[in-house]
Design a protein around this ligand. Structure first.
Ligand SMILES: Nc1ncnc2c1ncn2[C@@H]1O[C@H](COP(=O)(O)OP(=O)(O)O)[C@@H](O)[C@H]1O
Ligand SMILES: [Mg+2]
Length: 1018
């Protein structure tokens, strides 16, 4: 229990100045306001002492956090008095000030629950509170040692002082309360005793206990609004806090569900303890938290938290790599944390997509940490956080009839006059505790109930009034009854969001009138600074307050808010672009909103591709909705649509259908060939990734024709790589050669020309020209490859990874190159680069290349590692749905390793399926060549009944497949395979004939892989 004692400074002087009559008036006002504050924080005013007040926290209802509440109330009280003092100063010219003292102590058992605690029973506690009051500075709050001890973990206190108390020689220790920083919302609520939920509490407590030994758990709590999700979480966290467990909470809000990073940033800000710190201090705190992290990674984290130094540039890396690095950093920090913690994600049904997927990644390590994660959401949510593997889910059902009745009787109190009413409320509330609370509030405000919470009387007969039918209607009725100033304040707050700060209300032209809103628990105050934060007591109140407004009023507030957000923090404008766009869209300022969506996309494009796409989507939607006669409409539709098509392959999204066709029509009408070409390039890559090879090839030709018709060299150089890539997969060698050559010519040696999609189109074209050259047995390929590798290394990470993959994957599998030490070094470099700064596609390419190289190495360990890599890569391709054309060849080499370890029977079906697939798709001339090779070798190794015949058929199929004239890549493999076939037939002469021709050809062509394989043949 904590006792609060407050007293007016120099009340005798005030009495002398204004007269006893007026003093009584002032005191009455003061006491009334004070009582409201005390009550709001769950305390009871116990006594008016003539010129002061005594209140008790934790008396009638046992509160585990009585000291915190008393502190918060004491600060609130001082605020309130300051407001009153202002009026008194104006009118009476006197200075009204209050001293407050607090003291905490045990209450004698049996006293709890009695409505009035006499001086005699708790005299000692009161005495100390009074003494603290007597030494508190005017306007200040003094805590006794016992209170200070209870709140020092989360309140701001002065250093302990030794205080001399009038009439006593013994000094006593005390500490001044300077501020009560943000606490979670539970403090903000006059508490009722928890009703029911025993099973749920026990289940979560059980998991929390288990979590202590690094066996953490994720618990989801689903239920409809007001059913008690947050309350359950609060009960758990309150208990944990008393045991010294840290609790970190991230709230999702309805108006931020399209603001990328919003929720994850909030949670991480809480967890890193940077909330409320300014730039440099915040950054120092973060560095403290992750002392060993790579400095670049720390910059990424600071950017995510929104505390980055505006002077320091963000590292230039792909959003995918950024994501990987952040995940690694955060997960390492969670794993390193020894102390138990609880992380809460509230209202996940409003989470933004980026936060959702990032958090899902962070949750994967929770089972190995001493942490408990609690996620609340409404039943309609079915996103990633509702499907966390291994999570425990709790579906919160309505309270039972008796439970609801118990809650209602707690709210109403024991007076017999409310008995009948209690039935009616219980029935209507239907097990929703928030509904029950709101009905009681509504009835009290309407005057049907009089008295106060827990002690109501009913003055009306039961037939004389009605109870609103739904929770929303109840809230609406309460809002309706507010006076205009309070209503206006609530409306404006609802526009800002669930949580808002005082000054923002003022900035948008509202003279805040908060008292009634706080008293009626529409809002709760959660910080106690000069510019305090408030939250809506419940999200539904915000929703109802938002929807109750006239559309035009709402629009005006949204517009002002957008302007306020833009002007208040110029350094963060780009970061806030999505939010500004959101408000402008709600305001109906479509052109302005469009512009901000496009800006938001630019900001996001460096951070998260999906987030950028979301902004482009929103921009397209706005453009679509503009009237047809708007002169900018066409251009506004083309811009974001182009970007959506161009980046679709990054998120593996099918855009082949309507969006692209629509864009084509738009571009054609507007004569905008360049946009169409850019979109087409993206679509070609998407086709390739999805293994729609015929579409890819056809569109690639069309794209090249279009690009040629534009005749812009830079555009040609920059966009050709997509088409070349498609033609490489379909083994259309002449097209590939022609376009590679064109890029090489137009680039004129400039390694960065046309670098708007890949860093060095020239390096890429050299690689693909080399592929054609060796495939068709033409000279110059070795030089091309060397030049390309050297060039790409000096340009950008992505180019290097691409060139390495295009050099070594087909090179080694085709037998042109050998995975010697220098090749391995190149590939390992590429992998490292991809990991640190490349997108997921580049990373997959590098891993695939390394895997393929390793299974061609000699040591068992390397081959094992290669096998593992290939299996992983194949799984990723299938799961994420990209690199589909590579899936068969990756599977073939994984199967080859399986066969080598003895499981030929298990491996052959995979090889056979891959070969059949490539044949059906008409793709035998690229990956089909080595795939056939591996199948034939493995069949002949096994040499069971039908194997030799099957091998022969496979060779014939490859021979007969239509191919380019002079495709030596195929011819050399056929020689090898025919030799092996002859050997299987026991035909020594034919074997020797083919073997020798094979050896000669390998040497003539300089194909190092084949040279080695040929030499190994007996
Ligand atoms: N089991 C319960 N016993 C007593 N009061 C409850 C209980 N569950 C919820 N409440 C009260 O009902 C109101 C709404 O609960 P809340 O947890 O905010 O709902 P939700 O988060 O599910 O929307 C709060 O004031 C809360 O204190
Ligand atoms: Mg809630």
């Amino acid at each position: 229990m904590t006792v609060l004692f407050a007293d007016v400074v120099h009340s005798m002087d005030i009495a002398a100045a204004v007269g006893a009559e007026r003093l009584r008036e002032i005191m009455t006002e003061l006491v009334e306001r004070a009582a409201a504050v005390v009550q709001r924080w769950g305390g009871t005013v116990d006594k008016f002492t003539g010129d002061g007040i005594m209140a008790v926290f934790g008396g009638p209802i046992a509160l585990e956090d009585h000291a915190t509440r008393a502190c918060v109330a004491a600060l609130g009280l001082q605020d309130e008095v300051k407001r009153l003092a202002f009026e008194v100063q104006e009118r009476d010219g006197v200075n009204l000030q209050l001293c407050v003292g607090l003291n905490s102590g045990q209450v004698v058992a049996g006293e709890i629950g009695s409505r009035s605690l006499g001086y005699t029973t708790i005299g000692e506690q009161v005495g100390m509170a009074q003494r603290m009051e007597s030494v508190a500075p005017p306007g200040g709050v003094m805590l006794s040692v016992s209170t200070a001890r209870l709140v020092e973990r989360h309140a701001v206190l002065s250093a302990p002082e030794m205080l001399h108390i009038k009439g006593s020689d013994q000094p006593v220790a005390g500490r001044r309360l300077v501020g009560a920083p943000e606490r979670d919302r539970r403090v903000a609520e006059a508490p009722s005793t928890l009703v029911g939920r025993r099973w749920e509490m026990a289940a979560i407590e059980g998991l929390r206990e288990r979590a202590i030994n690094s066996r953490g758990a994720v618990v989801t709590v689903a239920g409809s609004p007001g059913i008690g999700k947050s309350r359950l979480v609060r009960e758990v966290t309150a208990l944990a806090t008393t045991q010294g467990v840290d609790v970190f909470t991230g709230y999702c809000q309805s108006h931020t569900s399209d603001i990328p990073f919003y929720a994850v940033a909030r949670l991480l800000r809480a967890a890193t303890g940077v909330e409320g710190l300014d730039g440099q201090a915040a950054r120092d705190r973060v560095r403290d938290r992750v002392p060993d992290a790579n400095p670049e990674d720390v910059l990424l984290l600071e950017d995510l938290l929104g505390i980055a130094d505006p002077e320091v540039a963000l590292p230039k890396i792909d959003p995918d790599a950024r994501r990987r690095r952040l995940t690694k950093l955060v997960n390492a920090a969670s794993l390193a944390r020894q102390a138990p913690a609880i992380y809460v994600i509230e209202d996940a049904h409003w989470i933004d997509e980026v936060s959702e997927s990032m958090l899902a990644d962070f949750l994967t390590v929770i089972p190995q940490t001493p942490a408990l994660v609690l996620i609340t959401y409404r039943p309609e949510y079915s996103g990633a956080l509702s499907r966390v593997p291994g999570a425990h889910s709790i579906a919160l059902a309505p309270l039972s009839g008796p439970e609801t009745a118990a809650l209602v009787s707690q709210l109403l109190g024991p007076n017999p006059s409310v008995g009948e009413l209690a039935h009616k409320i219980t029935e209507r509330a239907a097990g929703n505790p928030f509904f029950a609370e709101e009905i009681v509030r509504e009835l009290a405000e309407r005057g049907v109930l009089s008295g106060q919470r827990g002690a109501y009387m009913s003055v009306a007969g039961i037939g004389d009034f009605s109870v609103p039918a739904t929770l929303q209607a109840t809230i609406a009725a309460r809002i309706d009854r507010l006076d205009p100033a309070a209503k206006r304040t609530l409306s404006a707050a609802a526009i800002i969001g669930s949580r808002f700060r005082l000054d923002l209300l003022k900035t948008i032209g509202i003279e805040p009138d908060l008292n009634n809103l706080l008293r009626g628990q529409f809002l709760d105050q959660i910080t106690f600074t000069r510019n305090p934060d408030y939250v809506f007591h419940h999200p539904l109140i915000r929703t109802v307050a938002y929807e109750a407004q006239l559309r035009s009023d709402r629009a005006e507030l949204h517009r002002r808010l957008a302007a306020a957000i833009e002007s208040r923090d110029p350094a963060a404008v780009e970061k806030n672009a999505a939010l500004i766009a959101e408000h402008l869209e709600a305001a109906g300022d479509l052109h302005a909103a469009y512009g901000w969506h496009m800006r938001a996309a630019v900001w996001a494009a460096n951070r998260d591709v999906a987030a950028a796409r979301l902004s482009w989507e929103r921009a397209v939607r706005i453009a679509d909705s503009l009237p047809a006669e708007d002169p900018n409409r066409a251009a506004m539709r083309i811009g974001p649509s182009t970007m959506l098509c161009a980046t679709a392959y990054r998120v593996h999204e099918r855009v082949a259908g309507d969006r692209f066709e629509e864009l084509r029509t738009l571009c054609t009408a507007a004569g905008d060939k360049a946009s169409l070409a850019i979109a087409m390039a993206g679509l070609v890559i998407d086709h390739v990734y999805q293994a729609r090879m015929r579409e890819a090839s056809q569109l690639a030709s069309e794209a090249m024709a279009l690009i040629e018709s534009i005749g812009d060299p830079t555009l040609t150089v920059g966009l050709s790589f997509a088409a070349i890539r498609a033609k490489a997969m379909t083994a259309e060698w002449p097209d590939m050669l022609r376009w590679s050559q064109k890029v090489i010519d137009l680039a004129e040696g400039d390694r960065s020309k046309g670098n708007f999609i890949v860093g060095s189109p020239l390096a890429f074209a050299l690689t693909t020209r080399a592929m054609v050259r060796y495939g068709l047995g033409r000279p110059g390929w070795r030089d091309d490859l060397q030049q390309a590798l050297a060039m790409a290394r000096s340009v950008d990470p992505y180019s290097y990874v691409t060139v390495v993959a295009y050099t070594y994957l087909p090179g080694i599998l085709g037998g042109v190159l050998r995975p010697d030490d220098s090749a391995m070094r190149d590939i390992e470099d590429a992998l490292q680069i991809a990991e640190r700064s490349g997108d997921d596609l580049a990373l997959s390419a590098a891993r695939m290349t390394l895997g393929a190289a390793l299974v061609h190495r000699h040591s068992e360990a390397e081959r094992d590692q290669g096998h593992k890599l290939l299996a992983e890569v194949s799984e990723v391709f299938l799961r994420r749905g990209h690199n589909q054309p590579e899936v068969p060849i990756v599977d073939v080499y994984a199967a080859r390793e399986r066969a080598r370890r003895g499981d030929r029977d298990g491996a052959i079906p995979f090889m056979r399926a891959a070969g059949d697939h490539l044949f059906r798709e008409g793709l035998l001339q690229m990956w089909g060549i080595p795939a056939t090779g591996v199948l034939v070798e493995t069949l002949l190794d096994r040499s069971a009944d039908a194997d030799v015949a099957e091998a022969e058929a496979a060779i014939e199929r490859l021979t007969a497949a239509p191919a380019e004239e002079g495709l030596v890549m195929r011819d050399i493999w056929l020689l090898r395979l025919r030799a092996l076939l002859a050997q299987a037939h026991g035909d020594a002469a034919t074997y020797a004939h083919f073997r020798d021709r094979y050896r000669d050809m390998a040497k003539t062509l300089g194909f190092e892989g084949h040279i080695a394989w040929a030499e190994a043949m007996p």
